[in-house]
Design a protein around this ligand. Structure first.
Ligand SMILES: Nc1ncnc2c1ncn2[C@@H]1O[C@H](COP(=O)(O)OP(=O)(O)OP(=O)(O)O)[C@@H](O)[C@H]1O
Length: 246
């Protein structure tokens, strides 16, 4: 479903993504983990069509993505960001936020689709005419997910989708994302610095270090400590230490 091959991205003379390659099967979920600045978000933004200056190959469903994506691309592929406060327009009601993509893509049954989108992410219909600041952080992220799914895409690109949330809410959003993927056969690429988040949603993952994907492995191998690259072992040790403070 997704093929990224020898992706390279520079800002000025600084090459921040240095030949990254990975594949994701249809209905699969691939995680990208790595420390801050390793290039994870830059990879995802290029895949989403938000950065038009890259080289290599990015393909969805067998079709190479051009640098500048046509409008139809954004029906097929949607992105969810870390901070729902930043990604939802503060002066627009949830109704307006959800209807925007439907209008852009000229989809029928706006009313029905908005109601369905709210119920798909387990939000009460009463939030429809509220503003983002009148919702909790978890509810805002549910709106962001509803907006991403409303035009029925096949791929979700998720950039730290739970990092801005309280720990108790994080698990709810991760479970929602897992359920939605299964129900709709969605394909996910998820970026996080948090190995536990990645391992929860992604059976396969890639580890980034200084713009390179230094290792790809299964979540099972990660859990069992079957790692090859020293950086993967270091991330794993760090995440175990964080989860189980002495
Ligand atoms: N628009 C930009 N202009 C210049 N440099 C950038 C830009 N975006 C990212 N960078 C640089 O590219 C490198 C990789 O950034 P990126 O955001 O992809 O890392 P990351 O692994 O996602 O980290 P984080 O989790 O902190 O977002 C960093 O050195 C960053 O400073």
């Amino acid at each position: 479903m997704i093929k990224v091959d020898q992706l390279r991205i520079s800002f000025g003379t600084h090459e921040v993504v240095r030949g990254v390659s990975f594949d994701v099967a249809k209905g699969g979920s691939f995680g990208i983990v790595g420390e801050s600045g390793s290039g994870k978000s830059t990879v995802l933004r290029a895949m989403a069509g938000l950065n038009e200056d890259w080289s290599g190959r990015i393909a969805f469903d067998g079709t190479d993505a051009p640098l500048k994506r046509p409008p139809a691309f954004f029906r097929q592929v949607q992105m969810v960001f870390q901070d729902p406060f930043g990604s939802l327009h503060p002066r627009q009601t949830i109704d307006r936020i959800l209807s925007e993509l439907l209008l852009v893509h000229k989809l029928p049954d706006v009313e029905k689709r908005i109601k369905q989108a709210l119920s798909d992410v387990a939000l009460p219909q009463t939030v429809r005419f509220r503003y983002p600041h009148q919702l909790s952080g978890g509810q805002r992220q549910r709106v962001a997910i509803a907006r991403a799914l409303i035009a029925e895409p096949q791929v979700l690109l998720l950039d730290e989708p739970t990092s801005a949330l309280d720990v108790s809410v994080q698990a709810e959003i991760l479970n929602l994302l897992a359920d939605l993927r299964q129900a709709r056969n969605l394909t996910y690429v998820l970026v996080s610095h948090n190995l536990a988040v990645i391992a929860h949603l992604c059976p396969q993952l890639g580890v980034m270090l200084n713009g390179e994907m230094v290792e790809q492995l299964s979540a099972d191998d990660l859990r069992a400590g079957r790692t090859k690259h020293a950086h993967t072992s270091a991330l794993r040790t760090l995440s175990i230490d964080l989860e189980e403070p002495a």
